[in-house]
Design a protein around this ligand. Structure first.
Ligand code: NAP
Length: 336
């Protein structure tokens, strides 16, 4: 499958490398970035014949491009996805689907009108080995129903452009998507955000850490700590308390070191390394299904539900109250 990549920043370049490498049956044949220089540099990661575009419509409509990978910033996703849907080409879009739920709804409507499953969203946690193992245990029924989940999403630091709302839209968005999937639930029911003591390491105006308390439609309570200036590394944890047992997400394995009267283990540095294998599996699954005209991973509907949940969480950040997540039923088109 010949791929066009839109947006050649950090994850765009990572995906270009894996689409020409670990992910089989694909080749990046064209790239586009708002900055031509960025696209030219990224093209060097792909085969010599990779074309460089300076226009979204042109790369989408290039007959040599069979499918699109969108790795531009969230605000630029909508136009590129709609162009791909118009061209009836499969599209893998990094999270978030779009930055507003209204824009996500437009994508859902356009895809349904096209009558074809074309869009997959880059919620790669669903492809992480540890999360998949947890899901298998939960689905086995051996531990009874899940009751409570306690999650941490910690990053070493963020830059000054990171806002309090981004703790929801950019960071918690991964748990917002993957927890209902993991727990076998359709969506969220209500959410609340607690902002208390701030770390001295947060820049001015940023509330960090934040605790998000969310309940799924089946009543599972998820307590999520988002702490993006924790300094200690990129630290993702998840504990699920069930009726008949408690399970924990396995952490990536590193050697334990005994030295100076201590036993220590490394913590991953960043998201690129922590989820490096998940991205490979995710893109391979997208490619394999796109070739058959299907989508097996997170759909545009999942992206829309995540955006609606983000809206409720951002509202809760401001109100300090419990906010309802209004999602409505899943259209038949998106029933799995
Ligand atoms: P980034 O490093 O800022 O890269 C984005 C690139 O797109 C930059 O080169 C940017 O150019 C370019 N760009 C800006 N406007 C554009 C437009 N209208 N059309 C095409 N390209 C445009 O950001 P990133 O960290 O790679 O993130 C990209 C996307 O991936 C975001 O949606 C982000 O949330 C998502 N992401 C997902 C994960 C994950 O774990 N799944 C991890 C990281 C990022 P300029 O620099 O000149 O603006």
């Amino acid at each position: 499958m010949n791929i066009g990549v839109i947006g050649c920043g950090s994850i765009g370049r990572e995906h270009i490398k894996r689409l020409g490498g670990k992910v089989s049956g694909t080749k990046v044949v064209a790239v586009f970035d708002i900055l031509e220089e960025g696209a030219k540099n990224a093209a060097q990661l792909a085969p010599a014949c990779c074309k460089v575009y300076t226009d979204v419509e042109a790369i989408v409509n290039d007959p040599a491009v069979e499918a699109l990978v969108i790795t531009s910033p969230g605000f630029a996703h909508k136009d590129a996805i709609l162009a791909a849907i118009r061209a009836e080409k499969p599209v893998f879009c990094e999270k978030p689907l779009c930055t507003t739920s209204a824009d996500c709804k437009e994508i859902v409507a356009a895809e349904m009108a096209a009558g074809k499953h074309l869009v997959q969203v880059g919620f790669m946690r669903r492809y992480d080995r540890g999360y998949m193992q947890l899901k298998e245990l939960l689905d086995s029924g051996e531990f009874g129903k899940p009751l409570i989940a306690k999650c941490t999403h910690r990053a070493a630091s963020v830059n000054d452009s990171y806002t309090t709302e981004m703790a929801v839209n950019d960071t918690a968005i991964h748990e917002i998507d993957c927890m209902p999937w993991l727990l076998g639930d359709d969506a969220w029911d209500k959410v609340q955000v607690i902002m208390g003591a701030n770390t001295k390491n947060a820049h001015e105006g940023l509330s960090d850490p934040q605790v998000m308390i969310m309940q799924t439609k089946k009543g599972v309570t998820v307590i999520l700590e988002v702490y993006v200036n924790c300094k200690l590394g990129y630290d993702i944890n998840c504990e699920i308390v069930c009726e008949d047992g408690v399970m924990n997400l396995p952490c990536p394995s590193f050697p334990t070191i005994r030295k100076d009267h201590k036993v220590s283990t490394m913590i991953e540095q960043n998201w690129i390394l922590r989820f490096i294998d998940s991205y490979d599996v995710e893109l391979q699954d997208w490619v394999d299904n796109a070739a058959k005209g299907t989508v097996s991973g997170p759909t545009a509907w999942d992206g829309y539900i995540a955006a609606l949940t983000s809206d409720a969480l951002v509202k809760a950040q401001k109100s300090g109250q419990i906010e309802k997540v209004e999602t409505g039923g899943i259209p038949d088109f998106y029933q799995k």
